[in-house]
Structures are given as structure tokens and as C-alpha cells.
Design a protein around this ligand. Structure first.
Ligand SMILES: [Zn+2]
Length: 256
């Protein structure tokens, strides 16, 4: 939709320049007019190649959760999305501005990623992952995290204090370790948070998770002696990424 707005702006500007060209040359001179033409060209380039700023058109299907859906979703995909979103509290859900099925390869930074969440709370998912719980729940966690940041909450600071200097390393590939659940968690704290939330809900939903390793030797002793796991869980609870009911369900799993 932003792309459309840019094209409309460029055309309006171009027509105005054409109609008022004589007046504009008098006021701005030839160079001023050339500058406006460059601006029109820039708007058109942005509209065509702008990638991540642009979201697909609104879907014909509506979400039960009053979240704006975009892109060419099928009815089944839209319904399944709603079903997967049921796991979150209304508080977390209201941080999502929109969910798009977006296969535009210009859109994403790294080509391999399955989805992303913009700071605005607009989530984009590739069609292959649009009904993938792991991807969706990960992106929803980003949306709520960004919302907490916008509200000036201390969540991020507290998380970083608990996590310590563990990000951006290239540790041996056996996770969980260092309070992190997956290899991707190690990339940066934002991914750590999103992976934690996603894995937490996978566990609640009785799906395979990184937590399954917590039951196994050699992981269990090192994990149980690492206070960061419990501390991160408590932060997710405190800042309401997870509800009290879900917290209790998780504790009942006796993971740590
Ligand atoms: Zn992420």
C-alpha cells in the first residue's frame, strides 16, 4: 500500500510540474525544476524497488483477532493463522499491526529467512511458513517486544542483564547452552527473546521443542545449574509475554 502511495505521489508531482512548469521555472529556475524531476524519479524507484517498506494489499479474509491480514492468503491459511494466534493473550495480540503473506524476495534481508517482524509490528511471512507455528510465534514475540520498547518498559534492559555477554559468538553447535535455547538465539538478544517465546509455546502446545533436551544427559545437569533459564522465564512472565495459566502449565512440565 505504501508503494501505491508513492506512485500516486510521483504522478501527482509530475502532472503538477507539467501544468505549472512556466511558473516553476520563474520561481525556482531550471536547476530547481531538474531537482523536482529527480525527486519524481526517486519516488518511482522507491515504489518499484523499495522492498521492505512495502506491504501487500489487504486480504479478503478477516482475522477473528481483529488483526489486519494482507497478501494472497487462502481461506484455509487465514483460518489456520487465527487458530495459531489463539495461544496468545489479547495484550500480546494487540501489538501486531498486520500479518502479511509476502513472497516478494526484495522484501527480506537474508534470503533464507522464513519471516520477519518490522519495528512497526507488521509481520511478513513467506507462504511456506505462513502456518508454521514456530515461525509465527517467533515473529509475534518480536512484535510484543518492540511494543514494550515503545512503551519505555525495562524489559530489554533486564533481559540483557540476565543474559550476559553471550551474543554474536560462534559457540559449538550443541544447544541449549549459556541460557540460550537454539543456535539462532545466539545471534542477538532479540532473536534470543523470540526463540524463547516460540519454544515456550511449542512446549505448552506439546510440540517438539529445544526444551526436550533438558531432560537428557549431558544437558540436564548443566542446565539445572544455570540460573539464566529460570530468570528468563520469570522475565517473560513479569512482562506478560506469557499468561499466568501458561506459566503454570510450563512449570508442570518439570523441565527445570
Ligand atoms: Zn527473529
Amino acid at each position: 500500500m505504501v508503494a501505491n502511495a508513492l506512485i500516486v505521489a510521483a504522478i501527482t508531482l509530475a502532472v503538477s510540474v507539467f501544468v505549472f512548469r512556466k511558473t516553476l521555472i520563474e520561481i525556482l529556475g531550471g536547476k530547481g525544476l531538474v531537482a523536482i524531476l529527480y525527486l519524481i524519479a526517486l519516488l518511482l524507484i522507491l515504489a518499484v524497488f523499495g522492498g521492505c517498506a512495502f506491504l501487500p494489499a489487504e486480504s479478503v479474509y478477516k482475522s477473528r483477532h481483529k488483526i489486519l491480514l494482507r497478501g494472497q492468503l487462502t481461506e484455509y491459511q487465514a483460518r489456520e493463522l487465527d487458530f495459531l494466534l489463539d495461544i496468545f493473550s489479547p495484550k500480546v495480540l494487540q501489538s501486531i499491526k498486520s500479518i502479511s503473506l509476502n513472497d516478494d524476495f526484495h522484501h527480506y534481508g537474508p534470503k533464507y529467512i522464513s519471516g520477519e517482524c518490522h519495528f512497526s509490528g507488521d509481520i511478513c511471512l513467506k507462504s511456506k511458513y505462513v502456518n508454521d507455528s514456530g515461525t509465527l510465534w517467533h515473529e509475534v514475540a518480536h512484535a510484543y517486544h518492540y511494543e514494550l520498547n515503545r512503551l519505555g518498559r525495562n524489559f530489554e534492559k533486564e533481559w540483557l542483564r540476565v543474559a550476559g555477554d553471550v551474543y554474536g559468538k560462534d559457540s559449538p553447535d550443541w544447544f541449549p547452552q549459556n541460557g540460550l535455547l537454539t543456535k539462532y538465539s545466539e545471534k542477538e538478544y532479540m532473536e534470543d527473546i523470540a526463540e524463547w517465546v516460540s519454544e515456550f509455546y511449542q512446549a505448552i502446545a506439546d510440540r517438539p521443542t529445544a526444551f526436550s533436551k533438558f531432560y537428557d544427559w549431558p544437558f540436564r545437569p548443566s542446565i539445572n545449574s544455570d540460573p539464566r533459564y529460570k530468570a528468563k522465564l520469570e522475565l517473560l512472565r513479569k512482562y506478560e509475554f506469557i499468561t499466568e495459566d501458561d506459566y503454570r502449565r510450563f512449570i508442570a512440565l518439570d523441565i527445570f
